[in-house]
Design a protein around this ligand. Sequence first.
Ligand code: SAH
Length: 345
Amino acid sequence: MKSLYDMNYDQMQEFALEQGWKKFRGHQIFQWLYRNRVTDIDEMSNLSKETRDRLKAEFVISPLQLRDKQVAKDGTTKFLFALEDGALIESVLMLFDYGKSVCVTSQVGCNMGCAFCASGLTKKQRNLTSGEMVAQVLYIQRELDQQGDRVSHIVVMGTGEPFDNYEEVMNFLATVNHDRGLGIGARHITISTCGIVPRILEFSKEHTQYNLAVSLHAPNDELRNRLMPINHAYPLAELMEALDQYGSENNRRLTFEYILLKGINDQPVHAKQLAKLIGKRNAYINLIPYNAVDENGFQGVDHASAMVFYDQLMKLGVRCTIRKEHGGDIDAACGQLRVKHLQKR
Ligand code: SAH
């Protein structure tokens, strides 16, 4: 069955009109979903029984079922959900001093095949619908409701390549960003891509205020080809050109993600190449402590070595930060909890 979360605000109103209802019905349903955050269509008490039955015949509210939950010492919480077809996905709640952020999964499995990533251990089975992404945030929001708290930030950094599921991801973000949806500010939303150039160009033209993060992980084509197969299709020169296009059309600062992999991309020469590659762009590099994935043999660096790399970059005039590690004591790396469950099956 379809999920009511699949429709954004405008689509919900159009849907109401198509049913021969007043447009306002669409508004009311949206209110029940995102303000009252009901889980059962029968709770929509200002709709007639007939209207509710009509909805129930075609829709569910949430297409997710919780299968597992892990809470780390720092409060990072990982949720494993089953979708209606039994596929498993993960979402993560992270606590920051500036708010609560949810890391959303955009695909079941992933086809990008990055060498270091747990998500790529299983090929893409399908794209998630926008409703399945909305449902991840709503599930966690309902838990936070019990503490009078809210999801303030979203990162589309779970399993999957969001720009390989562009329409659904943009529809999902429209709903959570909408005033009458969850009202999460566009500047509090980040989409992370491995660098699918045509979609970066399309995204540039949308002029949203969402943040764009690009997984770089290597400062030259030779190394990036080895770590990230997408680089064969869109090598660094093309990627940078697309990002410059984005920069000239949107006055937004870019984030580059760079996982530090011991002995692979963490040497002084890599810092120099990175500085040259980034140049004077309005960008900063987010250095990411690597969450070891048992299956693929890469190792992360310790904090002291990360600091050395950080200092080298700063001296070369590149702005950077070291990402704080979250949930180190649980299966926190992208896709790890899911892979563990799939192996058990
Ligand atoms: N496909 C998108 C978004 C999902 S991955 C992308 O590539 O950006 C989100 C981020 O986590 C990416 O930067 C990815 O490279 C990184 N990542 C993947 N595996 C990781 C691991 N084991 N430890 C730390 N970061 C990882």
